[in-house]
Design a protein around this ligand. Structure first.
Ligand code: NDP
Length: 283
């Protein structure tokens, strides 16, 4: 089974589009997402374009705040502070990476946790690990939704997550744990990675190494979720899994592109709706 993230994203966005119309009727305004970008990094520009397009598609308010490459950290934080204070703004996303002279930690910390649609603020991270209501990071959330929508059982399964970053590996492991998987987190110092991966009923690859996980890392019938996005020298995009080899052995597998990538943006839309609803219902 190929887990088509593009198609699922489209379905979810169509559902949200209707939901947003209903929210606008009920609350008298639409959810509002503000996307902040600094500088001209082509990859960031392209990600941001995708986010703005999705925002328009589902019917949110919102816009892009574009700041020059040489903007000071204080000026960027002042801009975020303005968005924090703006009652009509529900979600704030600062596109990463930021230029080297700006501390990403300080910038993320300046976003109001209630508007932190990426779920990167320390308050949301802590709440996730404490099982308190929080904003769940988009990519990990997308992984779980893909498994659920494909009808793949998580409870009691052996899940192996390769990668331990704050934005993917660790939160996806926590979400799998919350769903009662037995979770192993592997990383660059893991011994016998191949054997570890071969124990996985659910294998999540978030490594950033093109096609590293070949068919011999995969247990027959496993669900393989490939978070990796790597650009080869010839310009092709590939995942961390060798898709062609792995698909013959996996029970279910996500392609790259068209797998987890589109789900990330769609979960950003979902998080914005959640922020909107929390704010409307608290006021
Ligand atoms: P990081 O570089 O932050 O983390 C990579 C992880 O992989 C680290 O924990 C590292 O281990 C581990 N690792 C590196 N080499 C090996 C190895 N040889 N064997 C085992 N583990 C290894 O990456 P991210 O988590 O930010 O991203 C991972 C991938 O996912 C990238 O390709 C990125 O582009 C993609 N991505 C895709 C998204 C999407 O929307 N689909 C969103 C975010 C990321 P250690 O900690 O020991 O160094």
């Amino acid at each position: 089974m190929i887990l088509d993230g593009k198609q699922l994203s489209q379905e979810l966005k169509d559902e949200m589009r209707q939901e947003v119309d209903a929210l606008a009727q009920k609350y008298g305004r639409r959810p509002c997402l503000m996307v902040v970008i600094v500088g001209n990094n082509p990859a960031s520009q392209s990600y941001v374009r995708g986010k703005i397009k999705a925002t328009e598609y589902v019917g949110f308010e919102g816009s892009l705040v574009s700041l020059p490459e040489d903007v000071t950290e204080d000026a960027l934080i002042a801009e975020i502070e303005r968005l924090n204070q703006n009652e009509l703004v529900d979600g704030i996303l600062v596109q990463l990476p930021l230029p080297k002279h700006i501390s990403e930690d300080r910038v993320i910390a300046s976003i109001s946790p209630e508007k932190d649609v990426d779920g990167f603020h320390a308050t949301n991270v802590a709440r996730l690990w404490l099982n308190q209501p929080c904003i769940v990071p988009c990519t990990p959330k997308g992984v779980i939704v893909m498994l659920d929508r494909a009808g793949i059982e998580i409870t009691g399964k052996n899940a192996v997550v390769v990668g331990r970053s704050n934005i993917v590996g660790k939160p996806v492991a926590k979400l799998l744990l919350d769903r009662n998987a037995t979770v192993t987190i592997a990383h660059s110092r893991t011994k016998n990675l191949k054997e570890v991966c071969r124990q996985a009923d659910i294998l999540v690859a978030a490594v950033g190494r093109p096609q590293m996980l070949t068919a011999d890392y995969i247990k027959p019938g496993a669900a393989v979720i490939d978070v990796g996005i790597n650009r080869l020298e010839d310009g092709r995009l590939v995942g961390d899994v060798d898709f062609e080899g792995a698909k013959a052995i996996a029970g279910a597998i996500t392609p790259v592109p068209g797998g987890v990538g589109p789900m990330t943006i769609t979960m950003l839309m979902r998080n914005t709706i959640e922020c909107f609803l929390r704010r409307m219902n608290n006021n």
